[in-house]
Design a protein around this ligand. Structure first.
Ligand code: DGJ
Length: 372
């Protein structure tokens, strides 16, 4: 060893030190990089409402105004992709998960190009919801199509053979045409536009609900957002049940209440509906309604939110409610959007657990983080 050292001149020694330093740096950098990657991909174990939620690739989840459909032990989350900003610049995204925490990006399952031109880019495609039809074996998506501001307010229907698409756009419609006697005197009507008046009543914020008897319903804000409509769907879920008969196949559920963002679920023999007020992207107090039958009379149960942010629903707007996995009946998850109107891609998700008590008075509380 001594001989070896003697043989090394000063230059060799300094080169050796430098090389060791480089190797050390590379090892350190490698470890740091590895640490960074594995931090990003570390499985998510908690829900942290209102924070950035990343998918299993470490990318921000883009599924706003979304809905969840469970198929077997897999959950599919469909929603608006706002990565490129407001409007429909991309299409509808789908993510899949077995635990509702770690989401795999299934890609864009209804690209904007699948829709008529009016609903791409500056037009919009909002609040997509998907249900499975056991008879046709198809996945049926309904959505709210927006163009010309909100003057064009239609339902869009698309179907797929697989939950992760691709979905095929079928057609657009305003399913119910009904004279609710509201003509003139308000900027919210289409007075003087005969085409609008023959088209049927507006179709805005919406959801779908599939009951345990396989009957399914579309629930949507109509009459320029004044009244929530609920209609039974036909057997393939691709249209409403016809002939449409008021109080038989459809109802004006919340007449004149100006509610939107409906999210429907069933608990203990009651149907419940979360809704928001109509203040655009700005949050407002939520309200829950309930009814004994989907086409029955809906009762106002008030604002379920408790605590400091009850007037803004924790800065969120409802979009979907699902049963809480692994919990007894009566336990649910509220899914809302915390919109950032000026930069929609920065909008986050507010998911909160709640249960339905015997008297039906739901209390929704905010938790900074929680787990199942
Ligand atoms: C409120 C609706 O709930 C949202 O889906 C979206 O349409 C915004 N209005 C747009 O202002």
């Amino acid at each position: 060893m001594q001989t070896l050292i003697k043989q090394m001149n000063a230059d060799n020694i300094s080169r050796l030190i430098k090389n060791c330093a480089v190797v050390f740096c590379l090892i350190t950098a490698g470890t740091a990089l590895h640490a960074q990657v594995s931090t990003t991909l570390k499985p998510i174990t908690k829900i942290t409402p209102g924070t950035v939620w990343k998918d299993t690739n470490g990318e921000v989840i883009e599924a706003h105004g979304g809905g969840i459909m469970q198929q077997g032990n897999i959950y599919y989350w469909y929603g608006e992709n706002h990565a490129k900003g407001e409007g429909n610049k991309t299409g509808i995204s789908c993510y899949s998960s077995k635990d509702l925490l770690n989401w795999h990006n299934e890609g864009v399952v209804l690209p904007k190009e699948a829709l008529p031109v009016a609903f791409r880019d500056s037009g919009a495609c909002e609040r997509p919801k998907v249900i499975y039809n056991d008879r046709t074996k198809k996945y049926v998506m309904w959505m709210h199509l927006v163009a010309r501001g909100h003057l064009e307010a239609d339902a869009g229907i698309a179907v797929a053979d697989q939950p992760a698409g691709p979905f095929k756009y079928l057609y657009k419609t305003r399913p119910i045409r009904y004279n609710y006697g509201y003509r003139g005197g308000s900027a919210r009507t289409y007075v003087g536009d005969p085409e609008e008046e023959t088209k049927g009543n507006t179709f805005r914020d919406m959801t779908l609900f599939k009951d345990s008897d396989n009957k399914a319903y579309v629930i949507y804000a109509s009459e320029d957002n004044a009244t929530m409509y609920i209609s039974l769907l036909n057997a393939d879920y691709e249209a409403i049940a016809t002939p449409a008969v008021l109080n038989k196949t459809w109802v004006r559920a919340l007449p004149g209440a100006f509610r939107e963002a409906p999210a429907v679920f069933k608990a203990d023999g009651w149907y419940y509906m979360f809704t928001s007020g109509t203040t655009g992207w700005k949050p407002n107090p939520a309200k829950v309604y309930r009814a004994k039958t989907m086409l029955g009379k809906w009762e106002d149960m008030g604002n379920p939110c408790a605590g400091d942010e009850q007037q803004t629903s924790f800065r969120s707007q409802p979009t979907c409610v699902i049963p809480a996995p692994g919990r007894s009946a009566g336990n649910f998850i509220y899914m809302g959007d915390r919109w950032v109107g000026e930069a929609l891609a920065q909008s986050t998700y507010v998911w909160l657990p709640f249960s339905v008590p015997a008297d039906g008075n739901i209390r929704l509380q905010f938790y900074k983080e929680w787990s199942f």
